[in-house]
Design a protein around this ligand. Structure first.
Ligand code: ZN
Ligand code: ZN
Ligand code: ZN
Length: 378
């Protein structure tokens, strides 16, 4: 009897096994790597689907869109170089990374003041440069000593021009060697000037200042106004050019020091582009004059393109000294700047700088300071 029961139990369990498992499977949905599977009995149904790969992109590796599994690495962007006008951009996905380059004007922390059309600004400037006085006195000396030729400074003039053929000269009845030190001694005593002079030029300038009653560092404050600013394609006197536009600026500078006159030093530069080599324009150091072409053309780089036909034309005039009813004199200098620039270009920068900088090459705005007036041709 007992044996029978066991057999019966076995039969029941066999029935169970033969039907697979439970009365109902507990199916787990198929995944990329596993088919649909019963969690109770392990039975499977259907096939393994495999991953649904999406190709690697600049920022993501090859990835399964279903399970998120990844393979390999992201490709990385294929970035262009940032410019002053555009951030670095990926040639594959178009995404931009980082920022545009800082314009030279901002990067260099240039000091100065921007002018607005119709507003009047103080233009503080030296009246002369030391070099002008040096040249003037040297010219006078050449005549006086009957010496010809070009001389860099007073030392050069005396050592080469005057005493070139002799070894010694007389001071206070004593013969001394022709050296800069002895020349300085002779002339400082002769002119009655004392001080710790570094060179002969200093001796002469100090003597000139004292004896002629002139302040070499005299300054004036004139008034500068941008009276007109126009942007246009062409007119009767400005021929149009495809891809370019004219930008004309009229600036007036008013002086009221007839005894001393007035000078202005101006130029133009690029707001954006730093001069890696130092110095703009074609002038040699020491004889720099802003590059007004009036006839020729110059090149401006703008948004990845070189515009080789740009123009910078200057017309200068002045009223001469005029006296009003109260006896106050004034002179107005009018500067007209006509620029032919790439259409939409906003990097043109005019400046009025201290006259003491005349002849100094503007190496990355080196001749500007807080007194410099800028007008940006936007
Ligand atoms: Zn099952
Ligand atoms: Zn997958
Ligand atoms: Zn990319």
């Amino acid at each position: 009897m007992r044996k029978k029961i066991v057999t019966g139990m076995l039969a029941v369990s066999l029935v169970f096994m033969m039907t697979g498992c439970c009365l109902s499977h507990d199916w787990q949905e198929a995944t990329c790597t596993e088919p649909k599977t019963c969690s109770k009995c392990g039975e499977t149904e259907g096939e393994v689907s495999g991953h649904t790969w999406e190709e690697a992109t600049c920022t993501a590796p090859k990835t399964c869109s279903v399970c998120g599994e990844t393979e390999g690495e992201a490709l990385g962007h294929a970035l262009s170089e940032a410019t002053y006008w555009e951030a670095a951009a990926c040639s594959v996905c178009g995404e931009t990374v980082g920022d545009v380059l800082a314009p030279a004007f901002e990067e260099l922390g240039v000091k100065g003041q921007f002018m607005e059309v119709g507003e009047t600004y103080d233009y503080s400037t030296a009246l002369h440069t030391r070099q002008e006085y040096i040249d003037m006195i040297l010219d006078d000396f050449k005549e006086r000593f009957g010496v010809e030729g070009d001389y860099a400074d007073f030392t050069d003039f005396f050592m080469e021009g005057v005493y070139g053929d002799v070894d010694s000269f007389e001071i206070d009845g004593e013969m001394v060697a022709v050296t800069e030190e002895n020349l300085m001694r002779q002339f400082s005593e002769g002119f009655g000037v004392t001080g710790n002079f570094e060179n002969l030029t200093e001796v002469f300038l100090t003597a000139f200042e004292k004896n002629a009653g002139i302040d070499l560092d005299a300054r004036i404050t004139a008034r500068a106004t941008v009276t007109d600013y126009q942007v246009f394609d062409s007119d009767e006197t400005h021929e149009g050019k495809e891809g370019y536009e004219w930008k004309t600026v009229e600036m007036q500078i008013e002086y009221d020091t007839p005894d001393e006159g007035g000078n202005v030093f101006y130029g133009y530069d690029s707001y954006y582009i730093k001069d890696e080599e130092g110095g703009q324009g074609d002038g040699e150091y020491g004889e720099y004059e802003p590059d007004w072409d009036n006839e020729a053309t110059h090149t401006v780089s703008w948004k990845g393109q070189d515009y080789t036909e740009c123009r910078a034309i200057l017309t200068e005039s002045n009223t001469g000294w005029v006296e009003d009813a109260e006896g106050n004199s004034s002179l107005t200098c009018t500067l007209k700047f006509d620029f032919l620039y790439p259409k939409g270009y906003d990097g043109g920068l005019l400046y009025l700088s201290d006259y003491k900088n005349r002849g100094v090459r503007p190496d990355n705005f080196a001749n500007t300071d807080e007194n410099t007036l800028f007008f940006r041709l936007q």
